[in-house]
Design a protein around this ligand. Sequence first.
Ligand code: TXA
Ligand code: MG
Length: 337
Amino acid sequence: METKIFQAEQLDYAAKLLRDGELVAFPTETVYGLGADALLPESVKRVFQVKGRPSDNPLIVHVADFEMTKVFVDNYHPLTEKIIQHFWPGPLTLIFPIKKNSLSPVVTGGLSTAAFRMPDNKITIELIRKTAAPLVGPSANTSGKPSPTTAAHVYHDLKGKIAGILDDGATQIGVESTVLDLSGDEPVILRPGAVTKEKLEEVLQVEVFLDKHLVKESESPKAPGMKYKHYAPDTPVVMVRDEDWDQAVEWAEQKYKRVALLAGPSITEKYQAADYYIFADDSIESATRGLYSGLRSLDEAGRSDVILAQVFRENELGAAYMNRLKKAAAQKYFKKN
Ligand code: TXA
Ligand code: MG
């Protein structure tokens, strides 16, 4: 199958493909999603096949507005309205209990809850409206690869396997949405993202909890997707704390020969390396935006035997960045002797 690249002017055609049961990748503010009509179970099944994704890992249902969730949900957490008002559209996925049989078990993994999100991207909202159905959308990468932040990443992983990709340039945030479980009494973050614990608590004026696995490595996560090995490049990644860079570069050159650096300009300008991916500036926002793209390009270039990556403090957006980086690095930090 030929995978077509669509621009915003071709939304009608992309929506028709989705209605006909085809798969079309779409942009969001976080990462690109692999779209299928959420009401067509056969199409949703193909999403799993194309990605090589385990079928017990439920999908996010992308909606064009809050109204669209009401077909599936009738029992909302009391904080829902306030959350929606502040954070939708945006990088926040909400888990609600659903009406029985309102969504196919292919979408929900057979759970009695489902994940909903209204992405902050105008052409994708238009695409959902024109399709006249919500769209499932896991990240549009092959399972095990970093999530795609450009249409070119999607094309690299899925060309020939999907009908099209709606191109809207590079994504703003760079890592997947926060997943907030609103199916119990207390709001619980299952996956950290750009809507942070700190921001949620400031707006809601209640404590927001972290799923057990985010606090303690040995606990199993409630979001099924968080248990899989994700975002792992073939080249080993080692995390380096700010004060350790001199020694880490020296150690890596001895042990691996060709060293790549993934860090902001104030770090990379100090060292000679075989390869670089330099974040646009030294902020956590730029690091988060560049993380997956950097891992992909350093890994695929094949010009290095190890990637040394910058560490940030694990609060606010740093919690999301570090959650993804630690997985890519299999938890490995450079340690001084
Ligand atoms: O930013 C994003 O969220 C992107 C863009 C494309 O919207 N999508 C994305 O989808 O990251 P995916 O499928 O890679 O991640 C969905 C996460 C998984 O960890 C999944 O296990 C969890 O949400 N999830 C889905 N339904 C759930 C449910 N009912 N209960 C708990 N976790 C659920
Ligand atoms: Mg994913």
